[in-house]
Design a protein. Structure first.
Length: 257
């Protein structure tokens, strides 16, 4: 099943949904329509989808915010625009369904902020990571100071924004911007492979993983340990836990419903 919009394409393939940015003439720069299309999908993920692959059409993941839309605005308008991005990035991160980013070409500015909201990131050779806002006279507004800083650290994010430095795919993998390096032309296939593997996990445990771990990182140690115990209790008392244990004892792969 496939469904296309002018800015975001959707293809359903079993338990995996493939989303693709579709603004190739703009290197998949993100406009307000794209943000609303992401909101619509992650607010109402189709039944049966257990993993999502997010990629960009025609060689680029996303070159960031479409600056051609950024006309002169009052501070309150900029604030509302930024908070809208924060809400949609939160939907991506906390929908409860794992999201795998297949990154190629430009992964810059807002594009990198979107990638940082994904749970698994695959990069091909030639991928370029950059936060160029400092050279454009603007500050980030899509969540980089929280999500990207959590990945690479506040110190390195500061350096990226001050200098506009471009990190290669190999450098990005070394500092955590990517978890996997795929061969040239193989990023989408690797992301799909990972998505299908993840989709065979317990949907309940996948939900707990993407909902819980990043939140625990913002808690005190004692509060985090308590939240961990709650997640463990939720995961270890249902049918999936029984199936997982039985499969282990029978030396077979579990079949989680």
């Amino acid at each position: 099943m496939s469904q296309d919009s002018s800015v975001l394409q959707l293809r359903l393939d079993g338990a995996v949904a493939h989303l693709q940015f579709n603004r190739p003439a703009k290197r998949n720069a993100v406009n307000d329509e794209t943000i609303e299309a992401l909101r619509a999908f992650f607010s109402d993920i189709p039944d049966g989808v257990r993993a999502v692959v997010l990629s960009g059409k025609a060689g680029h993941f996303s070159a960031g915010l479409d600056l051609s839309e950024q006309v002169r605005r009052e501070p309150q308008q900029v604030m509302r625009h930024s908070r809208n991005w924060h809400a949609v990035m939160g939907l991506i991160q906390f929908s409860g369904v794992p999201v795998i980013a297949a990154m190629t070409g430009a992964v810059m500015g807002g594009g990198l902020e979107i990638a940082a909201a994904c749970h698994v990131r695959v990069a091909e050779p030639g991928t370029m990571f950059r936060m160029p806002e400092g050279q454009r006279g603007i500050f980030v507004g899509g969540g980089a100071t929280v999500r990207l800083a959590a990945i690479i650290g506040a110190d390195r994010l500061t350096e990226m924004m001050l200098t506009g430095r471009t990190y290669t795919a190999e450098e990005g993998e070394r500092i955590g911007l990517a978890h996997y390096l795929a061969p040239v032309g193989g990023g989408l296939a690797k992301a799909d492979e990972l998505a299908r593997q993840i989709a065979t996990n317990s949907a309940t445990v996948n939900y707990l993983i993407v909902q819980t771990i990043s939140r625990i990182s913002n808690m005190s140690a004692e509060d985090g340990l308590y939240a961990e115990s709650l997640a463990a209790a939720l995961s270890q008392t249902g049918a999936d836990a029984e199936e997982g244990l039985q499969a282990f004892l029978e030396k077979r792969k579990p079949n989680f419903v």
